[in-house]
Design a binder for this molecule. Structure first.
Ligand SMILES: [Zn+2]
Ligand SMILES: [Zn+2]
Length: 155
């Protein structure tokens, strides 16, 4: 966007009419699709080492849905256990990271914000796991930061 900040509508004409039951996303190749029927309960950017390695990216943005409001609508993602209590799902065809589930928060599923069709719809409210940050990405967004998880749980 030359000459100014982009607004959500620059990217998503008609977003204002988006209904809650239209929250959808999927992997890059389209083999896996998902839908949510309620707004995410949380939206954040994670700087932890586990997210960084699994996505090969400096940080990973996540939205959290109640599991009862989230479902895969096409295809079945593969599962990788990144730690004994954590299942991360991804597309077996194109590799897009899609979701994170922890046994201690079994009612919720974290979904990669940037796999949403409209990732601008739910901007993050904070950054977590700054204790793992690699140091060369500077956000300057003024959002609260946390050395570990905002909720004190492990990665
Ligand atoms: Zn795919
Ligand atoms: Zn993380």
């Amino acid at each position: 966007m030359l000459g100014g900040r982009a607004t959500p509508l620059d990217f998503a004409p008609g977003l204002g009419e988006q209904k809650l039951d239209d929250i959808q996303g999927g992997c890059m190749c389209g083999a896996i699709r998902y839908a949510a029927t309620a707004r995410p309960a949380n939206s954040m950017v994670c700087h932890c080492q586990s997210c960084r390695r699994v996505a090969a990216s400096p940080v990973v943005a996540w939205v959290t849905f109640a599991k009862s409001e989230f479902r895969y609508t096409r295809g079945t993602p593969l599962v990788y256990e990144s730690s004994p209590k954590v299942q991360r799902r991804f597309c077996g065809a194109c590799g897009s990271p899609l979701s994170y589930e922890h046994v201690d928060t079994a009612d919720f599923v974290d979904v990669t914000t940037c796999s949403l069709d409209a990732p601008w719809a739910f901007p993050p409210t904070h950054h977590s796991w700054l204790s793992h940050d690699i140091g060369w990405v500077k956000f300057g967004d003024g959002l609260p930061t946390f050395e570990r998880s905002r909720f004190g749980d492990p990665s």
